[in-house]
Design a protein around this ligand. Structure first.
Ligand code: F0G
Length: 458
């Protein structure tokens, strides 16, 4: 029996949710152009679209918000967050941003030139889009095991060090303005990166004098995986592990909407003073003054508390337990899911579930639609809709290796019964998988297609 740890909290405020009738769901789908991003949230019963900004803040975070200092410059809230950022991540310089992509946008504006390459274990869509829209080429060099959903490697987010070195030599150091690592590897299943691998990556970047930035969105979940799985870390705290990990890098971009459990917020940190000076100017132009960076003072305070709450090990044990519970339950029911369970989400293998559909027929999109149709459940596709692109050299469509559907679990929001409901819906979908038809685009923008694309069933 797969175990479910009791939530280490109780519910003090509730937000009603409801399941619309089947026919209403069908209408909603049609009106949304079969893109679940276009659904009204009130028409969604269980929303697993993202774990970003959707978590429940604690009483301590809400209390901290009441003390938010809304001064334009030099607010107390800024200094409280500064202390937390320094203690958790340790970089010399930092600035708040309104969310992760704003930090990525600033970094890309300053460093990415036409034809540049940015290696990463795997870029998430916003880093990919920010780099691509400036003429750069985001490159994924994760270990091969990441592409095998059944492979049980404990750190499937690791970078392939040999691939990284070969890549640097092939494209030339002068064409790589910075290198990255994403923890956990969201685009590849929320899989963690080991300390050992991070050290090796840092060493390579250092050898070739490539500045190293971590995409830190899920720093705490990664730290807990290291504690659980990497020899030598079992007795270190998640805070110690986080500090050790980030000491290896020259900077980081972060969406605080994940592990810092806030509804809005981000960070850009670095050790290079000159780069920081330029970044600060960019921040002022589009985010805000450097002591608030596009956020309200109260948001800074909520983040300052959340940075530590995300690292709480009792919470993390429950949190990762929830993800593995849903993964195991689905696997037991014969539904193809990525193994082992990642940190923040369950990844359904739509390619395997719907083998009769080719990449161009968007099997993952088909499964996303089916989840809503069957149970009012909203997931997100991480496959050909999100990641296919036209090769700038050949003009041909390049499709991702995996067609995944992600069910991201908001933090401290849903309970065991919600997860069991999802398993039941998936079992019904699986039973009629061979009757599910594919989809085609009727509209797609050039970048970040998935947000606004429209579809039609084939
Ligand atoms: N990096 C990673 C690894 C992410 O997962 C995200 C967002 C971002 C950067 C961008 O941060 O949204 O604050 O601007 N991921 C969300 C998701 C949207 O659903 O996984 P943001």
């Amino acid at each position: 029996m797969t175990e479910y740890l009791p939530e280490p909290f109780r519910i003090k405020m509730v937000e009603p949710i409801r399941l619309p009738e089947r026919e209403a769901r069908e209408n909603a789908l049609r009106q949304a152009g079969y893109n679940v991003f276009a659904l009204k949230a009130e028409d969604v019963f269980i929303d697993m679209l993202t774990d970003s900004g959707t978590g429940a803040m604690s009483q301590f975070q809400w209390a901290a918000m009441m003390a938010g200092d809304e001064s334009y410059a030099g607010a107390r809230s800024y200094y409280r967050l500064a202390e937390a950022v320094k203690e958790v991540f340790g970089f010399e310089y930092w600035m708040p941003t309104h969310q992760g992509r704003a930090a990525e946008g600033i970094l890309s504006t300053l460093l990415v030139k036409e034809g540049n390459y940015i290696p990463n274990n795997m870029h998430f869509d916003t880093t990919d889009g920010n780099i691509r829209s400036r003429g750069g080429r985001p490159t994924n060099l994760v270990i091969d095991e990441a592409y095998d959903p059944e492979n049980q490697h404990p750190f499937k987010g690791n970078m392939d060090i040999e691939k990284l070195i070969a890549f640097i030599l092939e494209v030339g150091v002068e064409n790589i303005p910075f290198g990255m690592m994403t923890v956990t590897n969201n685009a590849g299943g929320g899989q963690p990166v080991s300390m050992e691998n991070m050290r090796a990556v840092a060493e390579v970047y250092k050898t070739y004098e490539i500045p190293f930035f971590i995409d830190a969105a899920r720093y705490a979940e990664n730290a807990y995986f290291v504690k659980m799985r990497e020899p030598g870390y079992e007795n270190k705290s998640t805070l110690e592990i986080t500090r050790e990990l980030f000491a290896l890098a020259d900077g980081m971009t972060m969406s605080a909407k994940k592990d810092a459990i806030v509804n809005i917020g981000g960070l850009l940190c670095m050790n290079n003073e000159e780069l920081f000076t330029h970044a600060r100017n960019e921040l002022i132009m589009r985010e805000g003054f450097p002591t608030y960076g596009g956020l309200a003072g109260r948001d800074l305070d909520a983040m300052a508390v959340g940075l530590y709450e995300g690292l709480d090990e009792t919470y993390l044990e429950y949190r990762l337990g929830q993800t593995s519970y849903l993964t195991e339950k689905l696997a037991e029911a014969g539904i193809p899911v990525m193994q082992p369970a990642g940190g923040h989400a369950v990844y359904l293998d739509a390619g395997k579930m719907l083998p009769h559909l080719s990449h161009a027929e968007l099997p993952d999109q088909a499964l996303v639609v089916e989840l809503y149709r069957e149970g009012g459940i909203r997931g997100v596709e991480l496959g050909s809709v999100m990641f296919s692109y036209e090769d700038p050299d050949t003009g041909e469509m390049v499709y991702p290796d995996l067609e995944l559907v992600r069910l991201a679990i908001p933090r401290r929001t849903y309970t065991q019964s919600h997860l069991d409901y999802i398993v039941k819906a998936m079992v019904k979908i699986m039973a009629r998988a061979d009757e599910i038809s594919g989809y085609k685009f009727t509209y797609a923008p050039q970048f970040l297609k998935h947000f606004t694309a429209q579809f039609e069933p084939l």
